[in-house]
Design a protein around this ligand. Structure first.
Ligand code: TXA
Ligand code: MG
Length: 320
């Protein structure tokens, strides 16, 4: 593995190289926002289409403000409450931001990640770092330096910051304001929930409505994403392989000899921390099919981020 120090990471980023960096959610494939070459390398390394916008990582709310002409009281309140942390705030983009980052949109995603190594780098680099998850487009996000190596080999140098605590990507939030009222839309669910966001805004004395967005607004929200190497089928909690095997094999047009029946940890924080790691392990452990069982409380808000990823990773769902 091509492990590097934070000083070396800074040096490379400033010369237009990409570097994998740790965050509390997943590892990011970072490029300096002021290097067009570095930004281009993010897309080519990931084989990511240009229509999928990148999140810009900064060290503080102050640094975020420099990248947008419209930092509302809701932005400030949420940044104060949840940063550093797994929350991305969409804001109107400043003219200086390279359109490659925003896929031509007039808004930009901003996030202050909660990881000491990455915060150190961010405090020393002017502007910020654009970083999508450090995996090939559409594949499972990496939650350790080893996963990044599995994705890219030695081509991508890694700043090893250990295993990611949160394990799934940040909650992405859009904010619009009419007079003194804020309309908040959650474009991608994550560990931070709508209720927490609503509460934080209330506590700041702001009037707001918070809701989960229905339709995809950015391609990262499209259906197939986070795909493991073997098929993943969502099944009911009470599931009998022997009884359902034929149905599943017909649907997948193949034979499966070594399925894994996957129950989530009852604790959503543990389930999300383990989610991608497990999805990678199953394949390496020789299983040929993942049967992901719905948990009884999977409809509850704190499970939304996890099941959003599983729904996108699935080959299909088998409901009775
Ligand atoms: O936790 C995370 O957010 C990780 C770590 C590395 O910070 N990053 C991450 O980046 O998940 P990525 O590129 O895999 O997902 C970014 C997603 C895009 O696919 C898009 O859905 C949304 O964030 N996004 C970014 N900019 C946006 C914008 N201006 N408007 C709406 N959605 C945006
Ligand atoms: Mg991603």
């Amino acid at each position: 593995m091509n492990k590097i120090s934070s000083d070396e990471a800074i040096k490379r980023l400033l010369t237009g190289e990409v570097v994998a960096i740790p965050t509390e959610t997943v590892y990011g494939l970072a490029g300096w926002i002021k290097s067009h070459e570095g930004l281009q390398k993010i897309f080519s390394t990931k084989e990511r289409p240009f229509f999928d916008p990148l999140i810009v990582h900064i060290a503080s709310p102050k640094a975020a403000q420099r990248l947008t002409p419209l930092w509302t009281m809701a932005h400030e309140a949420l940044a104060k409450k949840f940063w550093p942390g797994p929350l991305t705030l969409i804001a109107k983009k400043s003219d200086e931001i390279d359109p490659l980052i925003t896929s031509g949109l007039d808004s930009v995603g901003l996030r202050c990640p909660d990881h000491p190594l990455t915060l150190e780098i961010l405090s020393k680099i002017e502007g910020g770092l654009a970083a999508p998850s450090a995996n090939k487009f559409g594949k499972t996000s990496p939650t350790s330096a080893g996963h990044v190596f599995e994705e890219f080999g030695d081509i991508v140098p890694v700043l090893d910051g250990g295993s990611c605590e949160v394990g799934i990507e940040s909650t992405v939030v859009g904010i619009s304001q009419t007079d003194s009222f804020f309309q908040i839309q959650i474009f991608r669910p994550g560990q931070i929930t709508a209720s927490q966001i609503e509460k934080a805004l209330q506590e700041s004395g702001l009037k707001a409505q918070v809701e989960y967005a229905q339709s995809p607004v950015a391609p990262g929200q499209l259906k197939h994403h986070y795909m493991p190497k073997i098929p993943l089928v969502i099944v009911p909690e009470e599931f009998d392989w022997n009884q359902e095997r034929e149905k599943v094999e017909n649907e997948l047009q193949g034979k499966f000899h070594n399925p894994i029946f996957w129950r989530q940890s009852p604790d959503p924080n543990i389930a999300s921390r383990e989610l991608y790691q497990r999805m990678r392990e199953f394949d390496q452990q020789g299983y040929d099919l993942i049967l992901a069982a719905k948990n009884a409380d999977s409809d509850q808000e704190k499970w939304k981020g996890i099941w959003n990823r599983l729904e996108k990773a699935k080959t299909f769902a088998l409901y009775r």
